[in-house]
Design a protein around this ligand. Structure first.
Ligand code: UDP
Length: 242
């Protein structure tokens, strides 16, 4: 393997990342671009697990705000993430990358069930594993699923790919020209400063298991590879309390 900083990574892709400019649904040309960026990292010999979101199709919270039962609406959100997972598998396979989708909700005709040991085995064999369906539980997010899967498979880092921002700021950089970017933070800083980077479940999982997050802009081609190679871009949020 070439000289890389991280050997086993969990890449968290939000659903919006797959939607393209319309912000809704799945846009195959965008999937193709993301797949190409993942392949760049795969070509380095890095083991990759991908956790996909579903917000481009459905968010449980929105359904609940409109009067639906929250758990029911969240089940729909989890199914949305599986659609995204299958789309990404297709994109990667078109580039010749071997991929397995594992779902936290059984769907054996279209994907494997999530089995931790099997996921690790696939990764060791050089297959990308897409973790779809979130945690399989309502009231959670795919950020928490990323932190959970990262802990389970003993990943070195969670790569939190963003589309419209290149790290964590003290204010919204798209609205406030004086917003300042942080290069390094701890999960405690995130909680103490009330920064909205991930939900608190994801934060505490990262802290308890000491797994760092790197928040960076994926819109710039090659950035996933740059982070994996150790280039200092985006914001690194160390998992530990110090
Ligand atoms: N979801 C859930 N449990 C999980 C992960 C996701 O119920 O463990 C549901 C939840 O309704 C959420 C939706 O799936 O709104 C889509 O996931 P998320 O909002 O995390 O996607 P993203 O914002 O990353 O696109």
């Amino acid at each position: 393997m070439t000289n890389v900083k991280y050997h086993r990574v969990v890449l968290k892709l939000s659903g919006e990342a797959l939607a393209g400019e319309t912000g809704f649904g799945i846009h195959p040309p965008v999937i193709k671009e993301i797949a190409a960026q993942i392949k760049q990292v795969h070509d380095l010999g890095v083991q990759i697990g991908v956790v996909v979101g579903g917000g481009n199709i459905w968010r449980g919270e929105t359904g609940a705000e409109l009067g639906m039962d929250r758990a029911q609406a969240d089940s729909m959100g989890m199914l949305a993430t599986i659609m995204n997972g299958l789309a990404l598998q297709d994109g990667l396979e078109h580039l010749g990358v071997e991929v397995r989708v594992q779902t936290s909700i059984d769907m054996r005709q279209v994907a494997e069930p999530y089995i931790r040991r099997r996921a690790i085995h696939h990764m060791e064999k050089g297959r990308v594993v897409i973790f779809a369906g979130g945690t399989g539980n309502p009231y959670f997010s795919t950020d928490s699923a990323a932190a959970l899967r990262a802990a389970e498979i003993d990943a070195d880092v969670i790569l939190m790919a963003k589309n419209n921002v290149d790290g964590v700021y003290n204010a919204d950089p798209n609205k406030d020209p004086n917003a300042k970017k942080f290069d390094e933070l701890t999960q405690l800083d995130i909680l103490n400063k009330g920064l909205k980077v991930m939900d608190s479940t994801a934060s505490s999982l990262s802290m308890d298991n000491d797994i760092p997050f790197v928040v960076f802009n994926m819109a710039e081609n090659g950035n996933i590879k740059r982070v994996v190679e150790g280039e200092k871009i985006g914001t690194t949020i160390s998992g530990g309390k110090e």
